[in-house]
Design a protein. Structure first.
Length: 75
């Protein structure tokens, strides 16, 4: 059944920044930990569901990852 889902995420307040690198496994990660709140909704042709309020999450992170073949391309 076709459906549509929407998430409204509001990022707030950086709590930590970091970088993880592992050259042996060709992996790198730059991240920012933040707070966030989420509202959502979903609908089909016959029904609609939605969050009843705003959900505050315990862990939120934005990150950029590099791995595999492209690992050394920017060095």
């Amino acid at each position: 059944m076709p459906a549509s889902v929407t998430f409204d995420v509001e990022w707030s307040g950086i709590t930590q920044r970091g970088t993880v690198r592992n050259a042996a496994d060709k992996f790198a990660l730059d991240f920012v930990m933040t707070g966030a709140t989420i509202k959502w909704s979903a609908s089909t042709a016959s029904s609609t569901l939605h969050s009843t309020g705003v959900t505050a999450v315990n862990f939120a992170e934005l990150a950029r990852e590099t791995n595999g073949v492209v690992f050394g391309s920017n060095d």
